[in-house]
Design a protein around this ligand. Structure first.
Ligand code: C2E
Ligand code: CA
Ligand code: CA
Length: 451
């Protein structure tokens, strides 16, 4: 683009499609110029980020009839090379990778070095097998390099389509890559329709969730916990329901993982907690019968600075004794968490809150945790009850329950669906249950009536 100041010229650039493209290229070029040191990565002499994007866009725009594949490579555990083998070895290794990629440099293709351990290759797309051959060749050459620590290259691939800029292709290739990063036997992944659908689904949930909180589409249900001997309700568990204006009631398994990935689960959980504190406050004030309520605590709260503070403040604000709240943390979250979470648990326990280990037995059980952690209750996962007709399953449950009793930890079985299951659990000394055999999760006002 000539730097003309002609206003009408400028206007046509801003409004026409080609004009926008031209401006886009111009701004990329300016960026590449301004970051002169980025234009070539000094260590490998490959195009840096801006220069690569600029050149790649030119290639795409000048060859619109040709499809391209963008291959993005990232190394899992590259940091350990620098740490354990030294900076020099790390640099030599990167130079080796650059040489492997350079083999594919041609008039119709482009290689870039975006960041320390991130390389990209844009080449004409013929078919998937060809791309797989390319990444396999790169993979083999990279892992053959003699290093005293193991690194794993992963490749994410995005095929060009109309309307996709190089920057989007790079994002998509990265998404495909993140799905497999660190896996030992899978080293490449294509960004395809299913990943795209999943991405759209996740984006939609992220976009809608804050509005759902504001418009009160999120509702708290409670599932009663029952003394199976007397069938009396001794507590409840708060479970989230999303009353979606288009899709109706949505089950949490569809969106909790998305909310955990984006971090929104913190806000959503606190919303649920507040509703429960408010409910307990109302019951107390109205002179209602009050039972303890369990709250689900996502593993992400470990990173929440004011985790303890929020719970203590809610207890003060609503004048609800913390002993009326049981915090459920899953076994898998506990087994992955740091001392920080355990410290918070100890503090909160001292303050009066109770703790339950959720989904016990569903993941890698760390029996060791049972003796060290501040737990009041263990919730036996419903998977244990699934094939209770089998003698071996019975033996497992019986002994787990015996062990927990000896450790003076309360037990509750979840997913109790039949009378046989309830009878067997009681035989083994577990008298508290939660499941469809007794009650399904229900809106708070229905739970209130039951009490
Ligand atoms: P969870 O904490 O293990 O909750 C128990 C799940 O089992 C609930 O599913 C409940 O409806 C279901 N369930 C109860 N009785 C039975 C039964 O007899 N048979 C069967 N097949 N299922 C039964 P739900 O409500 O769909 O929740 C799924 C998961 O979503 C929960 O598992 C929990 O991990 C998570 N979740 C729900 N609400 C929240 C929340 O407010 N915050 C967080 N962080 N997670 C939540
Ligand atoms: Ca739970
Ligand atoms: Ca559970």
């Amino acid at each position: 683009m000539n730097s003309t100041n002609d206003e009408s010229n400028m206007l046509s650039l801003l409004t026409s499609e080609e004009g926008k493209q031209e401006l886009y290229l111009y701004s990329l070029k300016k960026m590449a110029e301004q970051n002169a040191e980025l234009e070539r990565y000094s260590l490998t002499n490959l195009y840096g980020l801006n220069a690569f994007f600029f050149k790649a866009n030119e290639l795409l725009l000048h060859n619109t009839s040709q499809q391209y594949a963008l291959i993005r490579m990232d190394l899992y555990r590259f940091k350990t090379v620098n740490e354990f083998c030294g900076r020099k070895v790390g640099d030599e290794f990167l130079a080796h990778i650059a040489d492997c990629f350079r083999e594919y440099e041609a008039a119709t293709s482009l290689v870039g070095h975006l960041r320390a351990d991130i390389f990209v290759l844009l080449l004409p797309y013929i078919h998937n097998d060809h791309i797989i051959e390319v990444v396999t060749n790169l993979y083999n050459k990279i892992i053959e390099y003699p290093l005293s620590c193991k690194v794993l290259p992963s490749f994410g691939i995005c095929i060009s389509k109309e309307g996709l800029t190089i920057s989007l292709m790079n994002d998509y290739a990265n998404l495909a890559l993140q799905k497999i990063k660190g896996r030992v036997f899978t080293y490449y992944s294509f960004f395809d329709d299913s990943l795209h659908q999943q991405l759209m689904h996740e984006k939609k949930i992220e976009n809608e969730i804050l509005e759902a909180i504001k418009s009160r589409y999120l509702e708290v249900y409670i599932q009663p916990k029952v003394n199976m001997k007397t069938e009396e309700i001794i507590g409840g568990e708060a479970l989230l329901r999303w009353n979606h204006p288009e899709h109706g009631i949505l089950s949490p398994i569809h969106y909790i993982p998305v909310l955990e990935e984006s971090g929104y689960i913190i806000e959503v959980d606190i919303y649920v907690w507040r509703e429960v504190f408010q409910t307990l406050h109302n019951w107390i004030n109205a002179g209602h019968k009050v039972v303890p309520i369990s709250l689900n605590v996502s593993r992400l709260h470990e990173h929440q600075e004011d985790f303890e503070e929020v719970l203590c403040k809610l207890s003060q604000e609503y004048q609800v004794a913390p002993s009326l709240i049981k915090l459920e943390i899953t076994e898998s979250a506990l087994s992955q968490s740091s001392n920080k979470l355990f410290d918070s648990m100890k503090n909160l326990k001292e303050y009066g809150f109770q703790f339950s280990m959720d989904d016990f037995g569903s993941g890698y059980s760390s029996l060791n945790m049972l003796k060290d952690e501040p737990l009041d209750e263990v919730k036996i996962d419903r998977l244990f009850l699934k094939d209770i007709e089998k003698n071996k399953s019975k033996t497992v449950i019986k002994h787990i329950l015996a062990m927990l009793t000896e450790l003076s930890i309360d037990t509750i079985a979840e997913g109790v669906e039949t009378k046989e299951q309830a009878d067997f659990l009681m035989e083994c000394g577990c008298n508290i249950g939660q499941g469809y055999y007794y009650y399904k999760p229900m809106p708070i006002h229905e739970f209130e009536k039951l009490l």
